[in-house]
Design a binder for this molecule. Structure first.
Ligand code: SF4
Length: 504
């Protein structure tokens, strides 16, 4: 049996970092962790190949080679996924589809032959059994949640690691919180399920033995969902492993802001090699936090929490949302102040959307306010419902937030605010790598000479030289900033079009 696994193309988005990856000669940010795990769940006797369309071209000969094409996608990949499914049909090769796009919106790509939905650890074995008995059904789904202990080490042999900016690893699924716009809990549940500590150290060992060195992203939606296990078992084991291997990795992950209340947790995370965490802050407006049930953020001094995490040695990247029913026109300036004061260098600000399956989706449906499918892109200026704030006011305010926080002036100022507060602790980051030096020279050319606003770049570089430990991060952020400004150039005209359309 020959299986071709296909990861469809991700368009250029905030998180694709496509314009930044060129500085370090990488083609994509992350390999397709889900597909690599699916590959590991397939029988050893099956021949497997993987085409990640973000790093290489999918050709007819790849499809013709296969008995089945396995495709997994997120909503953002829907156009490319559709194209792959159509191509397979033309070439008469059966498609087996799974992942969040096909689980939440199967009607968006209706022509896949077999849907293997929800978590593959449960549904794939049933599919494989039916495959061997020649009695396949069109849909395999379940309401049960997988035991993470049955999740295998991803089949890293199928990708060329050199093409990627970082590697991925998953420790847990599920989140104890209940934010009303979030579909993580409808897909993966509230009960946090984890892999064993041995599974994780085996996965680290596997990445290491495949010669990966550098950034590793724990893709968990809320890494700190099971704190006691983290503090008592996993983090001490990672600390040991990293010491023995001489700190080959720098970790980043996603967590809720209440991690700032737990100093022991932050200390252990930093010691283990975590130096960056993405936090959903969402809004500076208390009423909006109450509206979306972001309980862990309510009544909290958000800037103080961000600064505390930074002082423990972790950069805080954060997500923000505008378009809540309770947002007032002053929300935009409050948001800019929060981002600037907190030194949140990488701030993703999006318009609120209601994914299917969420509490928000059900509320908006009952209020007859849903308008279209969400696109899965947090920053493409689309909303899938009618907001309460006047749409022109909302789009103007949103545009102003983006143009301000990603202007060279505000962005470089924010980098300084962050670096002044940050405690450097990651031993991995001390090892200057060749690609970092290459990226520095490229940034001098592209941002320091060609791009407008170069004075801010040079000001930042000179300032960083006073404490050379700051320089690698200042360069990295400058390159990210270049990507974000390029993104803005595509977002601004989109917003003008939307505003004009809404006026007609
Ligand atoms: S904390 Fe994050 S993952 Fe958990 S429900 Fe809220 S948005 Fe979703």
């Amino acid at each position: 049996m020959k299986i071709l696994l296909v990861n469809p193309e991700v368009p250029s988005t905030f998180w694709s970092l496509k314009n930044a990856l060129k500085f370090v000669s990488k083609k994509a940010l992350l390999p397709p962790l889900g597909l690599l795990t699916v590959a590991a769940l397939l029988p050893e006797s099956f021949e497997k190949k993987l085409i990640d369309m973000n790093t290489s071209k999918l050709r007819d000969r790849h499809i013709k080679w296969a008995d089945y094409v396995f495709i997994s996608a997120m909503v953002i990949q829907k156009n490319s996924a559709k194209m792959v499914v159509e191509k397979c049909r033309t070439l008469n090769v059966k498609v087996v589809a799974g992942g969040p796009l096909f689980t939440s919106f199967p009607e968006l790509v209706p022509d896949a032959d077999y849907l293997v939905l929800n978590e593959a650890e449960i549904t794939l074995p049933t599919f494989l059994k039916d495959l061997s008995n020649d009695c396949l059904k069109p849909v395999y789904k379940t309401t049960f949640k997988a035991d993470m202990h049955s999740s295998p080490i991803p089949l890293w042999d199928l990708v060329d690691m050199k093409q990627y900016g970082l590697m991925g690893l998953q420790y847990s699924r599920g989140c104890p919180f209940n934010c009303d716009f979030c579909d993580i809990t409808s897909l993966l549940g509230h009960k946090v399920r984890t892999k064993t500590t041995t599974q994780i150290t085996d996965e680290l060992e596997s990445l290491y033995s495949h010669n990966w060195r550098g950034d590793v992203f724990f893709v968990d939606d809320n890494f700190i969902g099971k704190r006691q296990r983290l503090k008592n078992e996993l983090l001490p084991a990672i600390i040991d492993w990293m010491d023995k291997k001489n700190h080959p990795f720098a970790f980043n992950t996603q967590a809720s802001i209440d991690m700032a209340d737990d100093e022991e947790l932050m200390m252990l995370m930093t010691k283990a090699g975590f130096d960056c965490v993405f936090v959903g802050i969402e809004s500076p407006n208390e009423e909006s936090l109450v509206e979306c049930n972001k309980t862990q953020n309510i009544g909290r001094d958000i800037v103080a929490a961000i600064k505390k995490i930074q002082q423990f040695g972790m950069q805080v990247q954060a997500g923000f949302i505008v378009g809540f029913d309770n947002d007032k026109p002053n929300v935009f300036n409050k948001l800019i102040s929060l981002i600037q004061d907190g030194g949140v260098v990488t701030a993703m600000v999006g318009l609120l959307n209601a994914p299917r399956g969420t509490k928000l989706y059900r509320r908006l449906m009952s209020e007859n306010r849903l308008s279209q499918f969400p696109t899965g892109d947090n920053m493409d200026c689309t909303m899938n419902f009618i907001p309460k704030m006047d749409i022109n006011e909302l789009l103007d305010g949103y545009q102003n937030v983006l143009n301000t926080i990603y202007s060279q002036k505000h962005y470089c100022k924010r980098i300084k605010t962050f670096l002044e507060n940050y405690t450097f602790s990651n031993k991995t980051r001390l090892k200057i790598r060749y690609c970092g030096i290459k990226a520095f020279f490229r940034s001098m050319w592209q941002i320091g000479l060609i791009e407008k606003g170069k004075i801010h770049y040079w000001g930042l570089m000179l300032w960083s030289l006073k404490n050379p430990r700051r320089l690698p991060l200042a360069v990295r952020f400058s390159i990210y900033g270049f990507h974000f400004r390029k993104m803005l150039k595509t977002i601004n005209p989109q917003m003008k079009e939307l505003a004009a359309a809404s006026n007609e």
